[in-house]
Design a binder for this molecule. Structure first.
Ligand SMILES: Cc1cc2nc3c(=O)[nH]c(=O)nc-3n(C[C@H](O)[C@H](O)[C@H](O)COP(=O)(O)OP(=O)(O)OC[C@H]3O[C@@H](n4cnc5c(N)ncnc54)[C@H](O)[C@@H]3O)c2cc1C
Ligand SMILES: NC(=O)c1ccc[n+]([C@@H]2O[C@H](COP(=O)([O-])OP(=O)(O)OC[C@H]3O[C@@H](n4cnc5c(N)ncnc54)[C@H](O)[C@@H]3O)[C@@H](O)[C@H]2O)c1
Length: 472
């Protein structure tokens, strides 16, 4: 087969950008295909706008505590147009990092069109047929819209249109008390909307229960209403929408946000026709992120597994390394960090106490320290929360942190759980996104960049690429 490229990457979000950029920096001929917006979910409808609104909400909340530390602030006045502008300025500021031009400079051929996989090595895009020994699918996910009676006849928001609101909701009803539900509930409440969260189970079910309890209490004190129940039926029209739950409650609000999880993007671009195996919610993959068709990888939100920006980046670099070197790389979730950016933040790495108890029973020890004994926290008057370290023997297997900037405290645990602390390990560590701690990784990676992408590795990559083109 005559190949046009060494690798074809479909999707220009965190996963696809990392995979394509990685391969191109080693000198491979790469096609990077994006059908909608470069940067994908994180930049355009996810992490960036959500963290921007969280910041505006924090500012409002600070001003609400008008007399603090002996300093008086005026009560907050929220200008929704200004909040909207702040969100979109943040997106615009970061956009160039993910742009077509940036990835062309790295050496990718960037094609802005929808792709279709038509064979084990073949992709059709914009009237062209591309062929490569390896294809990487990084097509992401979209909001899951549940089959709730009446939902198709009322206007509703998801993360895809939430950040375009040009008017502040008077009362935002949120279906789903997961990560999006909780971050957005606190933000909109702090900015002045009434907010009700409808959740049938535990909010933020994947996280440490004690940490979540602290946040729920804070949010209740701030005026967020929590309703336990499953949304079953919806009625109304723009401005007055009522949600009926299986617990018999009827909650009316001006706006409705659906935040009940994600649906992997797996249809409409050739997977079914090629017979790529699917799991319950995403493309089925092995630890190397190979699909059932071994020349095709699937990484990030489109496959089964955790859905986070730093996970997409980690899988993107793993797959790039495997394609470039020919050496298998496997994902390892032992030290997977994540953080929910409520205030206080809820950060996690490795196993939670619940998970560890389920797996190891009473062989684990949990050490808990409260921020009420931490002198920096006391001086700042911000002592809510705690650190829990989960040990098996003397080995740390997890940590849960609830408190101010908790997400920034995870990095030392990455090092203790993996047992790796060299400059190279720091440069390739999986760090929760978005945190300031990422700057440490960036600096360590910069130190290694000239070596990793130096002439010798490039010669080796060219040799492996030639072998693949010849023997695939
Ligand atoms: C509101 C919200 C807040 C979030 N906050 C955080 C956070 O704080 N931290 C965190 O770690 N994660 C967060 N996430 C999750 C994070 O955004 C995702 O895990 C991440 O963006 C997934 O990246 P991806 O590259 O796998 O997919 P995507 O970013 O979805 O990229 C996939 C791309 O593929 C393109 N595509 C699809 N099909 C085709 C095709 N056939 N041809 C060409 N292109 C195609 C799409 O247009 C898209 O641009 C958040 C998510 C949401 C919704
Ligand atoms: N800080 C971060 O890292 C961050 C922030 C936002 C989103 N994300 C990612 O985005 C993804 C999606 O987040 P999400 O909050 O949509 O999903 P989620 O899986 O975190 O939570 C969904 C919630 O909806 C509830 N639910 C389901 N059906 C319901 C119904 N009919 N009525 C009421 N509640 C119902 C579930 O019980 C669950 O608690 C997550 O995978 C997360 O990783 C990450």
């Amino acid at each position: 087969m005559k190949f046009t490229h060494d690798a074809i990457v479909i999707g220009g979000g965190a996963a696809g950008l990392t995979a394509a950029g990685g391969c191109a920096l080693f000198g491979l001929k790469v096609a990077l295909i994006e059908g909608h917006k470069m940067g994908g979910e994180c930049l355009n409808n996810g992490c960036v706008p959500s963290k921007a609104i969280i910041t505006a909400a924090k500012r409002a909340q600070e001003a609400r505590e008008e007399k603090r530390y002996g300093v008086q602030l005026a009560a907050p006045k929220v200008d929704w147009g200004g909040v909207h502008k702040h969100i979109h300025d943040a997106i615009a500021h970061i956009e160039p990092h993910d742009s077509k031009e940036t990835f062309e400079e790295m050496g990718c051929e960037v094609i802005l069109a929808y792709a279709r996989i038509t064979g084990k090595h073949t992709v059709e895009v914009g009237g062209r047929t591309l062929k490569a020994p390896r294809i990487v699918i990084a097509t992401g996910s979209q909001p899951f819209v549940p089959p709730i009676d009446g939902l198709d006849s009322v206007p509703y928001l998801t993360n895809e249109n939430l950040f375009d609101l040009t008017e502040q909701p008077q009362h935002l009803v949120i279906i789903g008390g997961g990560v999006i539900g909780m971050e957005m509930a606190q933000s909109f409440r702090r900015l002045g909307s009434d907010v009700t969260v409808i959740e049938p189970g535990e909010p933020m079910a994947r996280d440490d229960r004690e940490s979540v309890q602290v946040v729920v209490e804070v949010m209740k004190e701030e005026g967020v209403r929590f309703v336990t129940g499953k949304a079953e039926r919806v009625e109304g029209s723009a401005g007055k929408i009522t949600v009926h739950t299986d617990s018999g409650e009827a909650i009316s609000g001006s706006h409705l946000l659906i935040a009940v999880g994600r649906k992997a993007r797996v249809s409409g671009y050739g997977l079914e026709e090629l017979g790529v195996a699917l799991g319950k919610n995403g493309i089925a993959v092995d630890a190397r992120r190979r699909t059932s068709v071994k020349s095709i990888y699937a990484i990030g939100d489109c496959r089964e597994g955790p859905r986070l920006t730093h996970v997409s980046g980690y899988e993107g670099s793993n797959v790039a390394l495997e394609i470039v070197t020919g050496i298998p790389t496997k994902v390892d979730w032992k030290a997977l960090p994540w953080c929910t950016y409520t205030e206080p933040e809820v950060a996690q790495i490795g196993m939670t106490e619940q998970d560890a108890k389920e797996k190891f029973g009473d062989r684990i020890t949990v050490i808990k320290e409260g921020f009420d004994h931490n002198e920096r926290a006391i001086a700042e008057g911000s002592t809510k929360g705690h650190l829990k370290v989960i040990l098996k023997g003397k080995k740390i297997i997890g940590a849960s942190i609830c408190g101010k900037n908790a997400g920034e405290l995870l990095l030392p645990f990455t090092q203790s759980i993996t047992g790796k602390s060299s400059s190279f390990a720091l440069g390739s560590a999986v760090i929760s996104y978005p945190t300031r701690s990422e700057i440490l990784k960036a600096a360590a990676f910069s130190a290694w960049e000239p070596t990793v992408f130096g002439s010798l590795p490039k010669k080796y990559a060219a040799f492996v690429a030639k072998m693949r083109r010849t023997f695939n």
